[in-house]
Design a protein around this ligand. Sequence first.
Ligand SMILES: [Mn+2]
Length: 269
Amino acid sequence: MTPDQASTGPSRRFVLSDPHGHVDELLRVLAEADLVDTGGHWVGGDTRLFVLGDFFDRGPDGVGVVDLIMRLEGEALAGGGKVAALVGNHEALTIGVRRFGSMPPTGDSRLAQMFASSWLRNGGLTSDQERLTDDHLAWLTALPSIIVDDDLLLLHSDTVEYLAWGATVDDINAAVSAALAGDDAGDAWMCWQRLTDRYAFMDADGSDVARDLMTTLGGSRIVHGHSIIPDLTGVAPAQVRGPWSYADERVLAIDGGLYAGGPLLLVEL
Ligand SMILES: [Mn+2]
């Protein structure tokens, strides 16, 4: 096959989730799949790459992960490809701490305290908060919560709580962005709370729950991060070899549990 013929084929598509501050490992798996070169620049051509949230916390360099994804977004676009990211619960937490975590006692100090303590309990890093710029904040708050890409319904969290914000992908994405950008600490707190919910597709009726969610939002297969494969399956983190399909193959979990000693999975779909 000549290069010309190769470039007319369907573009490749990859998903990954929950890098949690591990920028070096993120670069390693992207380089292994020939999506970036040794300098970390996009060489994926027209490939589509979706990163399903949780860039921050529990790992050393959340801001570094965000800087990388922001840069690759532009480089991929210029190269005829696409890099797109979803907001995860740790982004909601990071934004909430930044915007509301140190409100004076005259403000809603209860919510300020709740943000600050949740952030500490969930692996928040002072170094990330210190380096977070207004540009990062603007990019993060504008991220979608849900993407439908052809057959795939891409979510950060394995929850149906998304429907509390609306009944269409556009309405939900707009409502979450407005909540994260707005001045109501309670609205931002609800983003953290709802996106932290999990296991919606794990019960005996999980397949029906998944089907109903896709009837409302689109797609024929849900792909999510957030709940790590070791917790979903009982497999030890070091033994995770790939994504886990469940709920009658309607749902694919792709978070190998990097922060718990599992792999950062880059999954081609
Ligand atoms: Mn998460």
